[in-house]
Design a protein around this ligand. Sequence first.
Ligand code: NAD
Ligand code: TYD
Length: 351
Amino acid sequence: MVKTILITGGAGFIGSHVVRLLVKSHPDYLIVNVDKLTYAGNLENLADVENRDNYKFLKIDITNIRQLGVLFNSFVFDGIIHLAAESHVDRSISSPLAFIKTNITGTVNLLNLAKEQWKGMMKGKIFYQISTDEVFGSLDERGVFTEHTSYDPRSPYSASKAGADHFVKAYHNTYKLPVIISNCSNNYGPNQFPEKLIPLAIHNIMNNRPVPVYGKGENIRDWLYVEDHARAIDLLFHKGRVGETYNIGGSNEWRNIDLIRLLCSIMDEKLGRKNGTSERLITFVTDRAGHDLRYAIDSSKIRSELKWEPLVNFESGLRMTADWYLNNTGWVQHVVSGQYKRYYRKQYGNR
Ligand code: NAD
Ligand code: TYD
């Protein structure tokens, strides 16, 4: 194998798309996927590549130094793409410590091991931190986040990601660890756990259950199809400039309520329901505490340096996503058992 690449969190939503892309497009790389398999990690996401010769999965918790030590003694990595994280804002509001542990301590564990393993041979190596636009805080109606926007995290999730990013930058400055960070906007697409807005809405519409919209539904997010993000990660990993940060976004801003109405009409069509039927499921619920109003990304840097651009337009991406959930009811049934039901009752009551 030409290169050995560690991907953390590869059994999750974005990670599984990144693993699939790299395993298929780089048959000469060994892709080592490590994941704790929390409620959000699911090896079914990778069933189509699990038997490939250039792919290996190891169940490892990045907060566990012993397990990580064995991993770094077993492989010499050329690069690390770090996606493992606790990723849901609502869960971070009820359990912030889990976010500090995985997102900050877990990241620093990986930085330490990369620093030790790459001592005296940093050239050509890369520690790639996958971060979020949420570290920049919240925008009002105007403006966009650029790579120069100061960090101003406002939720325990975004604070933990910001903390991790600061450590990544500190290791670059202090120990000359070769790093790249990208900050991406909201992703959607197949394999996303149905606690996030789009898959939760699709799942509830399919099951004729209320679709919870926080506050008045006026918050705005910039949506990007997950495969467009995975392509950007592949590009940055290979061609991004060391020590730089890059914003990735869809230039595709939607008010939550408008997005949900569009999704309802798509679902009516796909389920053979009369237009307007699913919209009646929309239920306005108590707003999220500290709910960021608007995120919007200026991605001109990656567009001009690496000629990246999103390929999937939003309505067709939503249609592909809806089709995936409709065609993969088995996957959905597995992930919404037991623990999911308890989470859902705690978050939304008996709705
Ligand atoms: P996800 O929750 O679907 O997946 C996270 C994965 O990390 C899961 O497979 C989980 O099992 C694993 N994991 C969690 N704790 C772990 C631990 N202690 N050790 C090892 N593995 C662990 O998340 P996602 O949406 O795929 O996000 C992936 C990354 O991308 C995260 O770092 C997130 O901050 C970032 N990101 C996400 C979005 C988005 O819209 N989803 C946008 C920008 C950036
Ligand atoms: P989410 O998918 O949780 O992503 P993030 O909070 O990381 O942006 O939420 C996207 C938007 O949808 C956000 O403004 C919160 C809102 N939302 C709802 O209105 N209802 C819900 O049930 C959820 C989960 C989110």
